[in-house]
Design a binder for this molecule. Structure first.
Ligand code: ZN
Length: 286
């Protein structure tokens, strides 16, 4: 929601949980959390979240002690995939899908044969810190050219700032007084006015994302790829260049069978995923 990290981000989690507990009108089953980064869902530990600056944070213990409720945590992109699989409205029910969630960071959740695939160490789909730009920009994780340096809310905001600074006629100036005030929502508003520079920037993001997705398609042979998270609001401008690029990178037969679309669940996708995690563990429902 905002740019907090470290202790401040944890404080926000407490505030949010307290607000939700107050607002609840029926007994609370527990707390489900989807958080970015490498998780250990068994121990309830955030092993490493680059964007939140959390390392080895025992989030489940902290919350269980504070609120005396059962707590389940998992990676946000992984629970997004679970949500789309469980509640999503994709026209044909499919047993396997990938959800790529793009917000502050980027990650993928992978459902194979109806099961969320966690991988060894629970890091399956952690594509955000895999390099896509040779000698690219320095990432928060310390490496160069990670996918997250070119596709994340931080990346699009930084790109928009550069556009605003270099082009006095940019439509961004209609929404903010200074480039420093640009947020993802501002970029989206300017984008929606038909700003061609921003549209080209978004298309370029799509082409970078296609590098990672093409590799996932090649490795997993999964046909349904859905894009979720706050940057999914760029819609077809993001997705159509991805489809074109994937056709260049995946062999024709496989590429023609690959469907890339915007996720059917909106910005609540992680919340729904965290809820299905809870229902699954507590009631065995999902
Ligand atoms: Zn990185």
């Amino acid at each position: 929601v905002n740019d907090s990290n470290g202790e401040a981000a944890l404080e926000l989690v407490y505030q949010l949980v307290e607000k939700l507990i107050k607002a609840a009108t029926s007994p609370i089953l527990g707390i489900g959390i989807g958080a970015p980064g490498l998780m250990n869902p068994e121990q309830g530990i955030v092993r490493k979240s680059v964007s939140l600056e959390w390392q080895d944070l025992p989030l489940r213990n902290l919350l269980e002690t504070r609120y005396s409720l059962p707590v389940y945590i998992a990676n946000d992109s992984q629970v997004a995939a679970l949500a789309e699989y469980t509640f999503g409205g994709s026209s044909q029910k499919t047993s396997s899908l990938v959800v790529v969630k793009i917000g502050r960071g980027v990650g993928a959740g992978i459902v194979i044969d109806g099961q969320l695939h966690y991988g060894d160490g629970y890091g399956a789909g952690e594509i955000g810190h895999v390099m896509v730009v040779e000698n690219g920009e320095r990432c928060l994780c310390g490496h160069l050219g990670c996918l997250e340096t070119v596709i994340s809310s931080r990346a699009i905001i930084s790109r928009a700032k550069t556009i605003a600074q270099s082009n006095p006629a940019s439509s961004l100036h209609n929404f903010v007084d200074t480039p420093e005030a640009i947020t993802t929502d501002i970029v989206l508003e300017a984008f929606n006015t038909g700003d061609t520079e921003l549209q080209e920037a978004v298309a370029e993001l799509g082409r970078y994302l296609a590098i990672s997705v093409a590799n996932l398609v090649g490795v997993l042979s999964i046909r349904h790829v859905l894009i979720g998270g706050s940057l999914a609001r760029f819609g077809e401008t993001l997705v159509e260049p991805m489809r074109q690029e994937i056709r260049q990178r995946v062999q024709a037969t496989q590429a023609s069978e690959t469907c890339v679309n915007i996720a059917t669940l909106g910005t609540d996708i992680v919340i729904l995923g965290a809820a299905s995690l809870l229902l699954n563990y507590e009631l065995g429902l999902v």
